[in-house]
Design a protein. Sequence first.
Length: 166
Amino acid sequence: MERIVERLMYSARWLLAPMYLGLALVLVSLVISFFQSVAYLLINILTLEESEVILKVLSLIDVSLVAGLIVMVMYSGYENFVSRLDIDEGTEKLSWLGKMDTSSLKAKVAASIVAISSIQLLKVFMDAQNIPNDKLMWNVIMHLTFVASAFFMGLLDCKTKSRRSE
C-alpha cells in the first residue's frame, strides 16, 4: 500500500506539466500584446510627445522582462519539479538550463520582479505631475518592499548555503 501511495504521489508531479504549457500560452498572448504596442508606436510616432514615446518603450521593456520571467519559471520549474528536458546535443541550449535549482530560481524571480517594479516606478515618475503624492508614495513603498524582499531572500539563501557547507 505504501509503495502505491508513494508512486502516485511521485507521478502527481506531472500535474504541473499542463501549468507550464499554460505559461507558454501566456507567452503567446504577451507576444501579441507586444507587437500591438509596437504597431501603435510606429503608426503614431509622429504625433506622440517624447514622454509618451518613452512611456510606450518602457512598457515594451516591461513586457519583455515579464516574458523572460515566464520562460525562466516555465523551463526551470519543469526541470526541477517534473522531468529533465531532453534536448539534443546539436541543438542550441540555454546555458542555465539544468543548472538552476529552486533557490537560484527564487533569486532570479525576485531580481526580475525588482527590475519590473523599477520600470513601473520609472513610468510613474515620468507622469509624476499628473499623479497625486500619496499614489507616488505608495508606488515607492511597494518598490522598496520588493527590493527589501529580494535582498532578504538573498541574505537567507546565503546563510542557508553557508550552513549546508559546514
